[in-house]
Each structure stands twice: as C-alpha cells, then as structure tokens.
Design a protein around this ligand. Structure first.
Ligand SMILES: [Zn+2]
Length: 118
C-alpha cells in the first residue's frame, strides 16, 4: 500500500530533530531570561505607574505565550524521536495508517495522517 521511508532517510530525520532540539533549548534559555527580566522590572515599578506596569505585564504575557509554544515544539520533537526509536515513526498516532511521505518531509514533527488532521 504505502511507501515506506528508507532507513537512511529516517536516520537523516533523527539527526535533523536532534539539531532542532539543540536550537530550541538554546532559544528557551533566552526566553526564560527575558521573562525573568520583565519580572524583575515589574517589581521595580513604583506605585501608581500603571501604564508602565501594564506594558511590562503585556510583554511578559507575550513571552510566556511564546515560551508555551516553544515547549510544545520541544515536546513534539521528543515524541517524534521516541517514535523513531520505537520503530513506528511515520505511522499516524490516531488511526495507525502510514502518514503521507510528502507531509512528513515537509514537517517531520507531524504525527497524524491527512485524513485524521481533518
Ligand atoms: Zn490517521
């Protein structure tokens, strides 16, 4: 039925995912620093300076949102590596069918087939 990814290609994807994780972890450190910085500044805002305070709170909220997305990507990356290790990478986690290879090549983090993505 469906084409299977070659061992070489799988290996290539695993390497790509490891590199992506390295980058993500570095960026994560930067984001945490920014959040900490905003928190630090917020503590120093004098009473009554509400405009400054809300600007800082907004900045911090945006950073936190960014951080959350970042953590989601790291989780997806780790899950993909786990699927590779267990030998079911490329199978849809919903229905178990093979995921279309062009989808996987476009986004190696993808875990569901076209049909299950709706
Ligand atoms: Zn599916």
């Amino acid at each position: 039925m469906s084409a299977v990814m070659s061992q070489d290609e799988l290996q290539g994807i695993a390497e790509e995912l490891h590199e992506l994780l390295d980058t993500l972890h570095e960026e994560l450190g930067e984001e945490l620093k920014k959040i900490e910085h905003a928190r630090h500044l917020l503590r120093q805002v004098p009473e009554g300076k509400t405009e400054r305070q809300s600007a800082l709170e907004l900045a911090r909220r945006l950073e936190l949102e960014h951080l959350r997305q970042h953590l989601d990507t790291i989780a997806a990356c780790n899950e993909a590596l786990e699927r590779i290790n267990r030998g079911h990478y490329g199978r849809c986690v919903e229905c178990g069918e093979a995921i279309e290879l062009n989808l996987l090549r476009a986004d190696p983090l993808i875990s569901t087939c076209m049909a299950c993505q709706g």
